[in-house]
Structures are given as structure tokens and as C-alpha cells.
Design a protein around this ligand. Structure first.
Ligand SMILES: [Zn+2]
Length: 230
């Protein structure tokens, strides 16, 4: 069984820890909420219980004091492979996304304020800013409700995410994916910013979508970058 202190995942631990601490300092989460992970192997190899599947932040550990050693290597059954911490309770969501999206190398789940307002209203965040269409692939859609840390939440999240870069978890928060933890963090940050713009624009009673032909061109950029039909 791989040793949790094994230095082979040093780079991934460093990358994940930095993204987790930035998630906190950017106000995307408070306390010990939210979680981040990076993939360590292809999902097709996850039947082997000794094979590391992904590296994830631990449950109930402050981001301020979190160290590289607190991050948990889990197998395809989300069982820790060594170490003393337990994996985040939302690891089911990360697991389901890695299974559904072989292109995804990192998953970030945050509770940022305006994205959660959208998640509570059940209203998708429409493409009102160019970057959203380019980096997310269009609107940020809202998942059906699932209780925290359940398969229902994981399945609803996967369905709402589809082939896009982010989705909202109803009555809960947001989830973003990327080719690295740094990229997933940037998507979370972007979605929060656009959600904020959306609600301020709604207060002014002036919501206008980008012109349809522009959205289509920008979605084409997303398709080109990701290889996905959205
Ligand atoms: Zn959460």
C-alpha cells in the first residue's frame, strides 16, 4: 500500500494546498467548508484498491493550518491510503465527476456568496459576460437538490455540469473543474464574479444577454479548447 508520506505526490500536494488556501483567501469559502481535489490516476484503473485515485482536502481541518501531509490520497472506493486525516465528506462528488469526465484533472467545490444566491434561487447564471461563455461553455446550470455528502448530490452535480466548466449545487454552492487545481480555482473565481454582476444587474432591472452570434462564437472557443459539444 502506498505510504501517505510518500514523496511521489509532492507536486500534486503543493498544487492542491496552494489552491485550497487561495480558495479561502479569495472568500470563496469560510471556515472548513468546501473542498478541492486533483486526479492521480485514470478512472479505468480505480478497480485496484491499492491504486491512488485522487488527492483531496481533508474534512474539518482549517485551511489556514492545513499542511501538505493533511491532504488525503484515496483509492477508487474513497478509502484513505495511509495518513491520519479523513477525506472530505464531499469526496463522492469529486469521485463521480472524475468518473464521468476523463478530461477533468481537478475539482473544486466552494460556497461563495453570490454563486450560492443563484443556487438558492435555482436560476442558472446566463452568459452575460464574454468570459463565461469562453471558459464555462455557456450558462452555469443548477443541479437538482441533493443532501450534502450523498450520491444524490453527486449524481445531480454531474448531470448539471455536463461537459461544461462549472455548475451550481442547489441550496448549497458551486462546483468547478479544470485541467489543474489552479484552473479550477480560476473558474470558481470567475463564476462568483459573474454571479455578482448578474445580481447587481438584476437590481438595476437591466439584464441583457450577449448577442446570440457572439455567444455562439465564444462557445465555439470553449468547444475548441475542451473538445466538448456544449
Ligand atoms: Zn459544500
Amino acid at each position: 500500500m502506498p505510504d501517505q508520506s510518500d514523496s511521489q505526490w509532492d507536486t500534486q500536494r503543493e498544487e492542491l494546498l496552494e489552491a485550497a488556501k487561495l480558495m479561502l483567501s479569495r472568500g470563496l469559502v469560510t471556515g472548513t467548508a468546501g473542498n478541492v481535489s486533483v486526479r492521480l490516476s485514470e478512472s479505468s484503473d480505480w478497480a485496484d484498491p491499492e491504486k491512488p485515485a485522487f488527492l483531496v482536502t481533508p474534512g474539518s481541518v482549517s485551511y489556514e493550518t492545513m499542511t501538505r501531509e493533511d491532504l488525503v490520497v484515496v483509492n477508487g472506493e474513497i478509502e484513505p491510503l495511509g495518513g491520519e486525516q479523513i477525506p472530505s465528506t464531499e469526496s463522492l462528488l469529486h469521485h463521480a465527476i472524475y468518473r464521468a469526465r476523463p478530461d477533468v484533472e481537478s475539482v473544486m467545490h466552494s460556497h461563495s456568496l453570490f454563486a450560492t444566491v443563484a443556487a438558492v434561487t435555482g436560476r442558472p447564471i446566463p452568459p452575460i459576460v464574454d468570459e463565461l461563455a469562453i471558459y464555462v461553455g455557456g450558462s452555469v446550470d443548477v443541479a437538482d437538490y441533493g443532501e450534502p455528502a450523498t450520491d444524490e448530490l453527486a449524481e445531480a452535480g454531474v448531470a448539471a455540469l455536463g461537459q461544461k466548466g462549472a455548475c451550481l449545487l442547489r441550496h448549497h454552492g458551486m462546483c468547478a473543474v479544470g485541467t489543474s487545481a489552479a484552473r479550477a480555482l480560476e473558474i470558481c473565481t470567475l463564476v462568483e464574479r459573474v454571479a455578482q454582476i448578474y445580481f447587481y444587474a438584476a437590481l438595476a432591472d437591466e439584464i441583457h444577454l450577449l448577442p446570440a452570434d457572439v455567444i455562439e462564437r465564444e462557445r465555439a472557443i470553449y468547444r475548441l479548447r475542451s473538445g466538448f459539444e456544449v
